[in-house]
Design a binder for this molecule. Structure first.
Ligand SMILES: Nc1ncnc2c1ncn2[C@@H]1O[C@H](COP(=O)(O)OP(=O)(O)OP(=O)(O)O)[C@@H](O)[C@H]1O
Length: 279
């Protein structure tokens, strides 16, 4: 027993002291690398693939980086990693006895993704769930992240085994749910909200992607997928609407060309304010 904090052995299973560093013995949260000091971890989730989760993750990271914050992206979408492409990252991550080192983007965002470790970036990752889960945990425990104010985790889509690993292993301060207008009318967003509730992780807010298309000739906003339901859904669950992104071909092209850090537009400034206000 080490009830005296001065004699702390950091083994909470054999100590009853109610000290500030007490760890829940049932917690599966993994420790970060000894050389990492990540202050806030935010998961970016979506109910299904292809709704723009990686694009929103990249844009949120860029927006906070523009505010001089130290930012990292942990690409937990192991079977569909899109982050290196959005930032035009091609190099291979290096490692030494301290761990693996993230690749740094042009504006200084630290990124770790399976595509930065594979010999061939086009090689498919054909791994079973537990192996994928192990890789995600290693991106947290074995990567030397250094000082990071905000780490965004591009989560695997859905509510299955792999997203569950992220919820259980990483100390998420909250999640941001990205949805297209169609998901907002169905049950997909509700499932993501319920999962977060179950895992006791707060939902920081909702981002609606592909909300509208602005006609380049007359400037009219055309709701390609019908009227938005994001405000109703947000009210139903008591959530904040963090932003609405249009369908913009220049965004798709910026991703394809690896220059997402150059995007224009202030659609996610409100989301960045909300993240910064949380501390
Ligand atoms: N608002 C938008 N305007 C234009 N193109 C977009 C927009 N949002 C996403 N896209 C494009 O749609 C494609 C899918 O986006 P993205 O990879 O971000 O989705 P995702 O939800 O992360 O998908 P997955 O989980 O399957 O990786 C990309 O080519 C991206 O550039």
């Amino acid at each position: 027993m080490s009830e005296n904090i001065e004699n702390c052995t950091h083994d909470c299973s054999s100590c009853g002291a109610d000290c500030p560093s007490r760890q829940d013995p049932e917690s599966l949260i993994e420790p970060q690398n000894a050389l990492s000091n990540v202050k806030k971890v935010i998961g970016v989730v979506s109910g299904k693939g292809g709704v723009g989760k990686s694009l929103v993750t990249s844009m949120l990271a860029t927006t906070l980086r523009r505010r001089e914050c130290s930012v990292g992206i942990l690409d937990a979408d192991i079977t569909g990693p899109s982050i290196p492409k959005c930032f035009g990252l091609k190099g291979r991550a290096t490692a030494d006895e301290n761990g693996m080192y993230p690749i740094i983007t042009k504006t200084g965002i630290k990124v770790m993704s399976i595509n930065l470790l594979l010999e061939e970036e086009t090689a498919p990752v054909v791994w079973r769930g537990p192996v994928i889960a192990g890789a995600i945990k290693q991106f947290w425990t074995d990567v030397v992240w250094g000082d990071v104010d905000y780490m965004f985790v591009d989560m695997p889509p859905g509510t299955g085994d792999v997203p569950l690993t992220v919820f259980q292993s990483l100390p998420l301060a909250g999640i941001i749910i990205v949805a297209s207008p169609q998901e907002l009318v169905g049950m997909i967003v509700s499932k993501a909200v319920e999962m977060a509730k179950l895992m006791e992780v707060p939902v920081l807010g909702l981002v609606e992607n592909m909300s509208y298309f602005k006609c380049p000739d007359c400037g009219k906003e055309i709701k390609l997928f019908g009227e938005s339901h994001i405000d109703e859904v947000a009210a139903k669950y008591g959530l904040k609407v963090m932003g609405k992104l249009p369908i913009d071909p220049t965004l798709a092209s910026a991703c394809d060309r690896g220059i997402i850090e150059l995007f224009g537009g202030d659609w996610l400034e409100g989301a960045a304010d909300a993240i910064e206000e949380q501390g």
